[in-house]
Design a protein. Structure first.
Length: 338
């Protein structure tokens, strides 16, 4: 099976720094469907599984190193000709659109895959930089011949351990790529009727249950402030409709957003059907829309869509408590007062 639209291989996947021998293998898992919901479900079912969580992509990039030692004295040796290889294996979904594909799906898939490749290439780059650091630290290292190899391996492993910590920090900072656009369907704009199995979608117009705030400033001034507003409440914009002046953050979280337990923000019901929001993975899509109001004012309307995904159980539609939406309104007020 060929990849969608026969897209050329992303050059970022094969980029390695000087002094590092890099090899990138892409492993595809084939997904099928004609709608957003079908493709999302297939990726959740077939994608890589890590610690009981399902992901759409994964990168493994083990390193191997060796060197030649050279005697430089009666009992001293130096390391020469350091060789380091990074063998990256990147797992990605692959899809061929059927004839009756839902409108807009092929374009969104192309956008999504490009964002996913960028995120996974970032994981590979962290390993590649660590490999470069190993080469630079070991080249010319010298000491007693009896301990030089042990010392070199210890230095290399320290760098590898640091790289592993950087990988975790990268995923935390990007929310496993969501801030880079890897939320499938984030590029799709429109109204949806939310259910526990429906895709979470950027709402370009408000719906019942939203929180609304009005500010005495021009629309464009408030629009420029919105990115800082989302940052202030521990969110990151990864979907934008500049025509409708709508933005959103699509993310999957467990336990907390920032310092706030999810149970303070969401009601996902009670047992046996519902779950405490703090104990399960929850897919969120926070949407904010600006519109001109009366007397040169602007109104911001924010909505939270949320679906809990308990392990081994059916999805649960959660209800927002309005807390996060109110925080967005308050954050915009503070930002405009600066």
């Amino acid at each position: 099976m060929v990849s969608c639209a026969s897209a050329p291989r992303n050059k970022a996947l094969d980029s390695y720094p000087a002094g590092v021998i890099g090899r990138t293998s892409v492993i595809y898992y084939d997904v099928h469907g004609r709608t957003f919901a079908e493709l999302r479900a297939d990726m959740r079912r077939l994608g890589p599984k890590i610690a009981d969580s399902s992901f759409v992509g994964e990168t493994r990039s083990p390193m191997r190193w060796n060197w030649r030692t050279e005697s430089i004295g009666a009992s001293s040796c130096a390391i020469r000709e350091v060789t380091l290889t990074v063998n990256a294996e990147i797992t990605l979904p692959r899809w061929t659109p059927p004839a009756d594909t839902e409108p807009g799906l092929a374009a969104e898939w192309t956008r999504f895959i490009a964002a996913l490749e960028t995120h996974e290439a970032g994981h590979k780059d962290i390993s590649a930089r660590a490999g470069r650091d190993i080469v630079e630290r070991l080249r010319g290292l010298w000491g007693l011949c009896s301990v030089i190899s042990t010392r070199a391996n210890d230095l290399a492993r320290e760098i590898v351990d640091r790289s592993a910590a950087e990988q975790k920090a990268y995923d935390a900072a990007t929310r496993h790529g969501l801030t880079q656009g890897t939320a499938f369907g984030a590029g799709r704009v429109g109204m949806v009727r939310l259910s526990a199995t429906a895709p979470l979608t950027l709402l370009a117009a408000p719906r019942p249950g939203t929180v609304r705030g009005i500010f005495p400033v021009p629309l464009e001034r408030a629009w420029r402030a919105v990115p800082a507003v989302y940052t202030a409440v521990d969110l990151a914009i990864n979907a934008t409709d500049s025509t409708a002046h709508a933005v959103g953050d699509s993310l999957t979280v467990r336990g907390k957003i920032g310092a706030s337990p999810l149970s303070e923000l969401l009601d996902c019901g009670t047992s046996p059907i519902g779950r405490n929001a703090d104990s399960v993975d929850v897919a969120l899509f926070v949407t904010s829309r600006l519109e001109s109001s009366e007397s040169s004012s602007v109104a911001m309307t924010s909505t939270v869509q949320a679906v809990a995904h308990p392990t081994g159980a059916a999805p649960i539609l959660c209800r927002s408590r309005g807390v996060l939406e109110q925080r967005l309104v308050a954050a915009l007020g503070r930002e405009l007062a600066r």
